[in-house]
Design a protein around this ligand. Structure first.
Ligand code: IVH
Length: 686
């Protein structure tokens, strides 16, 4: 074999390796919402592949990741083809790269005008929102799609409808003012604001669930929960940036598009600019970088778009991205340091979490000595060794993470192989890893870690708020066998607490007083403290108000639970499951016996529609079925699934079926949405 042939073989092998690697990362990113590498690292791989394929067209394959838009949509959602592909953006990481792009734009534009709009690059996930004309000359939201693989998206309409910044309907006046046809499509980015993200993670932790890694993953996961009530709780936002009709961009240019979107009532990001030159772009980018920390949501760069539509059309598209736009990406803050060890901790749900113990290193303004290592699967796949040099990254993520292993002359591989524990580090029982799970779990119900985490959760701020019940106290109470469940806390005596290390008479009395006080924290706190999956602060509060006592919550059926605003089938199942377990029922009994209050003031229900039964059928123009149901029930009415002689009203929308026929047959009064709204209004006026 001569040298040329051999090197071609090598090139082709490398290309295939890169394709494999890119496919895996695409799947992790687009399908699993669990990326393992930064965008910059991904782009580096993609660029290497594209370079090889450009230099050696003979190794290019039609299924190469460079030749298509994205990955596959997750199973379980209805898949819908986009009116036109939702493409990606090419990236630039330096002024130099922006200059190259600007030069190319001018070359291709010829005599056509070149001006740019600058927008923030929001770090969320893109959505397509379809609106359709209504008979009154307005428009209503009919469909919300995720990007999916760029060609085919997933139908997440019911989730999207709960997002407050997405208008459900547009009035004829607004349409006219904006100059937009009634059948149109908006594209934009769904983001989870930092506050909502923090709240969500607080609740997840309170429930013994692993916190979401960053707001983008949290937003993607939320939209995919398939449970609108959960989406509604999480407060996502959508910022709109494109406007299409019949699969074509409106011929008004980018700047006018943003104005039209504002006129229609969409949320448009206020930080935008219009520039001619690269220097001005850099100014906008610097400004965005400065503002980044105080925006309240994550951005990962700035998007620059050629403004005029004629110029956009002249520039056209590559397979994957428009030539008329580019994303300037902020670089993640990175540093290289040595991995000194891996610590495994056990959470309240028994999950084993690995943490990298690092030689302290300064990254993006703080000293980092620990970082997440994703999960067991990742560690195994990377073949991580203690002593390895690793790249630590602080991007938009809250927690620093180990991005990759570094290996070169200066940074030799570590020598000590790390093997994942086969037994729980806390109780020594074998750990299990279910098929398809990335983590191991300790399933020993008596594992001390579970009791420790449960006690700490019970005492934590936001739950029972027991000052003095910290790690040290919990460890001793547990080790001395004084506390075997949270109910035992209420049996502690002063003598027992004084006997603990670092406790004097005074601090013992304080702790006992705090425990005593916690008895009156109320039903909502108790519900949170029990650690029922998905029952966070707000849900606990609503349940307490609705049912008024733990007995009523425990006796409630799924249907009754779901009458609570924001409770859907997933939450109701979790509650039923929790109280079906004898150990949990016992715990409630013990807490009750100890004098822990488990009642709350019940919210007075409105009785205006009391005694009236409604049946909903078909699609209403603006209200979802859940919303209509909630409004009827809030006014004291009942909603039933089938029409009978006892039905007071049938509320019928578009494509109403046999229920409407039945109503007509039984001569039950039929209302449309407007009629229902009028009835509700009449009753709320007395
Ligand atoms: S324009 C041609 N504008 O960035 C389609 N995208 O990296 C490009 N993104 O998939 C969309 N903020 O999810 C555009 N102001 C913005 C954006 C934005 C965030 C996202 C979008 C897109 C990704 C491409």
């Amino acid at each position: 074999m001569d040298g040329i042939e051999q090197s071609l073989q090598e090139v082709s092998k490398r290309a295939e390796e890169l394709r494999e690697e890119l496919r895996r990362h695409e799947h992790l990113y687009y399908v699993m919402d669990a990326p393992e590498i930064s965008d910059a690292a991904y782009d580096k791989l993609m660029n290497e592949l594209k370079r090889i394929e450009a230099e050696h067209p003979e190794v290019l394959t039609s299924d190469s990741p460079s030749q298509r838009v994205g990955g596959k949509p997750a199973e379980g959602f209805q898949k819908v083809r986009h009116s036109r592909p939702m493409l990606s953006l090419d990236n630039a990481y330096s002024e130099e790269e922006l200059r190259d792009w600007d030069r190319r734009v001018h070359e291709l534009a010829g005599s056509l005008p070149v001006e740019y709009t600058c927008e923030l690059k929001l770090d969320g996930l893109s959505l397509a929102l379809h609106y359709q004309a209504t008979t009154d000359g307005g428009a209503r939201l009919v469909r919300g799609l995720t990007r999916g693989d760029g060609q085919i998206g997933e139908d997440v309409t019911s989730s999207v409808r709960t997002i407050r910044s997405v208008p459900l309907s547009i009035s004829p006046e607004r349409l006219k003012k904006a100059g937009v046809p009634a059948d149109f499509e908006v594209r934009g980015e769904a983001v989870m604001p930092e506050k909502a993200f923090e709240q969500m993670n607080k609740e997840r932790e309170a429930q013994g669930l692993a916190p979401a890694v960053n707001p983008r993953n949290a937003a993607a996961g939320t939209l995919r929960t398939m449970e609108p009530s959960i989406v509604a709780q999480r407060r996502l936002d959508v910022y709109a940036y494109f406007l299409l009709s019949k699969g074509e961009y409106l011929a008004i240019g980018q700047e006018a598009t943003l104005d039209a979107l504002t006129a229609l009532g969409f949320r448009v990001n206020p930080h935008r600019g219009r520039v001619h030159k690269v220097e001005e772009m850099m100014k906008f980018i610097a400004g965005a970088g400065e503002r980044r920390a105080t925006l309240g949501y994550d951005i990962d760069g700035v998007v620059l778009k050629v403004d005029a539509q004629a110029t956009q059309q002249r520039l056209g598209y590559t397979g994957r991205a428009p030539r008329w736009a580019i994303a300037y990406k902020f670089s993640a803050e990175q540093a290289i340091t040595q991995l000194m060890g891996i610590m495994i901790s056990v959470g309240r749900s028994g999950k084993l979490t690995p943490t990298a113990m690092l030689n302290p290193v300064f990254v993006g303004g703080v000293t980092v000595s620990r970082a997440t290592l994703h999960n067991a699967d990742w560690i195994e796949r990377m073949g991580l060794m203690i002593g390895d040099w690793v790249k630590v990254e602080r991007g938009g993520d809250v927690i620093p993470k180990v991005a990759e292993i570094v290996e070169d002359a200066e940074h030799p591989r570590g020598a000590e192989k790390f093997s994942y524990p086969t037994h729980c580090p806390e109780c020594g029982q074998p750990v299990v890893r279910e098929e398809g799970e990335a983590d191991y779990r300790c399933v020993n119900a008596d594992c001390p870690a579970l009791l420790r985490e449960t006690l700490l959760h019970w005492g934590s701020r936001g739950v029972m708020n027991i000052e003095g019940l910290g790690e040290a106290a919990v460890a001793q109470l547990r080790e001395r066998g004084l506390v075997r469940s949270v109910a035992d806390l209420y049996k502690l005596t002063e003598e027992q607490v004084v006997g603990l290390e670092r406790f004097g008479e005074k601090s013992a009395r304080t702790l006992l007083a705090e425990i005593e006080r916690s008895k009156h924290a109320g039903l909502a706190r108790v519900l949170m403290g029990l650690g029922i999956r998905f029952v966070g602060e707000r849900t606990a509060e609503l349940l307490a108000q609705e049912f008024g006592s733990i007995d009523a919550v425990m006796a409630a059926s799924a249907e009754e639970l779901e009458r609570v605003e924001e409770v859907g089938p997933r939450i109701s199942m979790a509650i039923l499951d929790f109280f079906s377990r004898p150990a949990n029922r016992d715990l409630v009994d013990h807490l009750k016996a100890a004098g822990v209050e488990m009642t709350a003031e019940k919210k007075q229900r409105s009785t205006q529609l009391a005694g009236l039964t409604f049946v909903l059928t078909g699609t209403l123009p603006t209200l979802t079925r859940d919303e209509a149901k909630a409004r009827i029930e809030a006014a004291g009415g009942k909603v039933s699934g089938s029409v009978s002689k006892k039905t007071s009203y049938v509320v019928a929308g578009e494509e109403a079926g046999s229920k409407l026929d039945k109503a007509l047959e039984l001569k039950v009064t039929v209302l449309d949405e407007a009629g229902l709204v009028e009835l509700l209004a009449k009753h709320s006026n007395g």
